[in-house]
Design a protein around this ligand. Structure first.
Ligand code: ZN
Length: 283
């Protein structure tokens, strides 16, 4: 299934039509998009989708799509999870995942503006796949890891490199959690929709130039491996997000460096999900 937050209401998307969950369920479910982040509701939502006549419902208006999970209980990001990014950063390959927080204020929609604070000149893009937990998860195994996930989305892990690497110690969380620094969307897609859920093409384009291109089969720590490692220490639940890492090609590591400017358009595509398009606004 494909889910979206259309004008602050949860919808199931079939053939680009938006089936409003509250209306189609005659009020059994409310309008809150949180309903589809909970795997406990997926069987009923599948029944609802199967019964729906898409022609009876309106087209999805992309300009009205918000973040599929607008208020995640928690969010984390993985640093250095593709060999190409580790190499361009001049760092050794990690032997276990490195994580930072992405606080929920940073989440914004797939077509929202990314606000670069005036006076900050090292704002950078990171195209990523974001996973969404769908049920309580502690002690997952490689074999059952996917069964805890409600789905996946496109994501950007926007970063203020000046703040991230400010001496004498680094601080990733604040530098990657400014308001609007976590675009996600355009849809939350359930894992069963993919021919191979462990092989998703990911592409990041800035103002028409392809900057990043990879496939999740190149992850150092695969999505199941991340779920296993993280759930060894933390309990996850419906709506929790993990940005799974970015491949090589970030602006900071390019020669010359390519940071984001006012008016840049960041396009982020994951095969089988869709494309986000976020404009950079300096303010
Ligand atoms: Zn990242």
């Amino acid at each position: 299934m494909r889910f979206a937050n259309l004008n602050h209401r949860g919808v199931v998307v079939i053939a680009d039509r938006a089936i409003d969950i509250e209306t189609a369920s005659n009020g059994r479910f409310g309008s809150d998009p949180a309903v589809y982040a909970d795997l406990a509701n997926h069987a009923a939502l599948a029944d609802l989708a199967a019964a729906a006549e898409p022609d009876d419902w309106p087209d999805v208006d992309p300009t009205r799509l918000g973040a599929p999970v607008p208020n995640p209980p928690k969010g984390l990001g993985v640093g250095l999870n593709y060999r190409t990014h580790a190499a361009e950063s001049g760092r050794e390959l990690p032997t276990e995942p490195h994580l930072f927080g992405k606080t929920n204020n940073c989440v914004c929609g797939p077509f929202d503006d990314v606000i670069a604070p005036a006076g900050r000149h090292e704002i950078d893009y990171e195209a990523e796949v974001v996973i969404v937990f769908g049920r309580s998860c502690k002690g997952a195994t490689e074999a059952n890891a996917w069964s805890y996930l409600a789905g996946v989305m496109c994501g950007q892990d926007i970063s203020d490199r000046g703040e991230q690497f400010r001496p004498p110690i680094k601080q990733f969380t604040i530098a990657k959690s400014y308001d609007t620094f976590g675009p996600t969307g355009p849809y939350l897609v359930t894992p069963d929709e993919f021919a191979d859920r462990n092989s998703l093409d990911l592409k990041g384009v800035v103002s028409g130039e392809v900057m990043q291109q990879t496939n999740t089969s190149d992850l150092i720590f695969s999505i199941p491996a991340l779920v296993v490692w993280l759930s060894r220490y933390m309990t996850f639940g419906p709506g929790d997000l993990v940005w799974t890492g970015t491949p090589g090609g970030v602006g900071e590591a390019r020669t010359p460096q390519r940071f984001l400017h006012d008016g840049d358009i960041i396009e982020t595509t994951v095969s089988g999900i869709g494309t986000m398009r976020n404009r950079v606004v300096v303010r």
